[in-house]
Design a protein around this ligand. Structure first.
Ligand SMILES: [Zn+2]
Length: 396
């Protein structure tokens, strides 16, 4: 049985959090000096653990178990959002490091490869490292500021690549970044899938008029039309939502934007997320119908779809292995979808993938306030190690 070292695990997490430290969090966006230094440190730490470690041209830090023919891949990311938390991404990478290290020390015989993907958070182009690793990156279409950042980073290795004959499973542990585990008083979450995302921009065009002299019946008020439409959208979505459906009107703008001018133009951005592609499609159709209805008066209303990301279901068998691992040490896990994107959404397209969540205190994340109890950090690593052990038994 692989025994992880809780003190070493926590010490490595704390050391990693020293790169780009700001208060209790980190400021470590991809390709910043703090990110680059953290990646160099991680490469060294992987070597000390006995892994063949290297950094590829995109900044992916990749450690392979020498001599293994097949391997479980464990990873996440070490870049952060600006003024982010110390565990977002870092947790899953350091879990991989500790489990591989413990396994090599204890001669458990399993192949474990560890990776920190670059640029998960999207300073330039989200999920860059994972897409490159999976052969899903169009290298010709990178933005020029990203090409400059890569050149300036000093990273130059050949892109690391997933090997289908070697990698038979990808495991990513992550903090939940939401309040569901805490609310359910569970310490381990098993992710059923990563939700799909749709975004649309709705724009209304009317006519600007004097708001004191123009009778209500003669106005072409783009603002009032859009606000009524926004209300109708919120009501309609609430009527068709499942337990985990979420939606958001995150931006709303009126032009020209003065108390005494009837708005000539108005726009809003609508986003909705769900695991069920059919529900997402029904919501899109409902939004479309409401826009058509709203545009039947004196104001034109148009809909433009701006993002469509398919849900990424996790591998049920692998998820089951994590759930069993949790039960075997006395923790009943909670199955839940991930409302946030993760490297696993890319990996799951090419290799069976699963995710484990541990609680975020107060559900806080993408902020320096992000934190998790140390006992939960240690428990999550024990569960993941147990799951890896189970998979290793079926490896050869
Ligand atoms: Zn993350």
């Amino acid at each position: 049985m692989v025994q992880i070292d809780p003190r070493r695990l926590l010490a490595d997490l704390r050391r990693l959090a020293g790169f780009g430290k700001v208060g209790s969090g980190v400021d470590r966006p991809a390709f910043t000096p703090a990110d680059i230094a953290a990646r160099r440190w991680l490469e060294q730490r992987m070597r000390e653990a006995g892994l063949d470690a290297s950094i590829d041209r995109y900044g992916n830090v990749y450690g392979r178990t020498p001599g293994a023919r097949r391997a479980v891949l464990i990873g996440s990311h070490t870049d952060s959002v600006p003024k982010g938390g110390w565990l977002d991404g870092a947790l899953g990478v350091v879990y991989g490091l500790e489990i591989a290290r413990a396994c090599i020390e204890q001669g458990c015989g399993a192949g474990i490869d560890v990776i920190s993907f670059q640029e998960e958070e999207g300073r330039y182009s989200p999920l860059l490292g994972a897409r490159s690793f999976c052969g899903l990156l169009d290298e010709q279409s990178l933005p020029s500021n990203l090409i400059e950042a890569i050149a300036a980073s000093g990273f130059g290795g050949e892109p690391a690549r997933l090997e289908r004959a070697r990698h038979f499973a990808y495991l990513e542990a992550h903090i939940e970044q939401g309040p569901k585990l805490e609310a359910a008083r569970r310490r381990i979450g098993v992710v059923s899938g990563i939700v799909g995302i749709r975004r649309a921009r709705v724009a209304a065009q009317g006519r600007a008029d004097h708001a004191g002299t123009t009778p209500m019946s003669m106005r072409r008020d783009a603002g009032a039309t859009l606000v009524r439409l926004a209300h109708a959208v919120l009501e309609r979505f609430a009527g068709m939502a499942g337990a985990d459906t979420v939606w958001n009107i995150g931006a709303l703008e009126l032009q020209p934007g003065a108390a005494n001018v009837v708005p000539s133009a108005a726009s809003m951005q609508v986003e909705f997320r769900d695991m069920d592609e059919a529900r997402l499609e029904a919501m899109r159709a409902a939004l479309h119908d409401l826009v058509v209805q709203a545009g039947r008066g004196q104001v034109t209303v148009e809909l433009e779809e701006t993002a469509r990301i398919a849900p990424a279901p996790m591998d049920p068998e692998l998820a089951g292995v994590i759930a069993e691992a949790a039960r075997s040490i006395g923790e009943e896990p909670l199955a839940l979808p991930s409302g946030a994107g993760h490297d696993a959404m890319v990996l799951s397209r090419v290799v069976p993938s699963a995710m484990l969540f541990i609680p975020s205190i107060g559900g806080r994340s993408h902020d320096v306030a992000e934190d998790t109890a140390e006992e939960d950090i240690v428990l999550g690593c024990r569960v993941l190690a147990r799951a890896v052990e189970h998979l290793a038994r079926g490896m050869e």
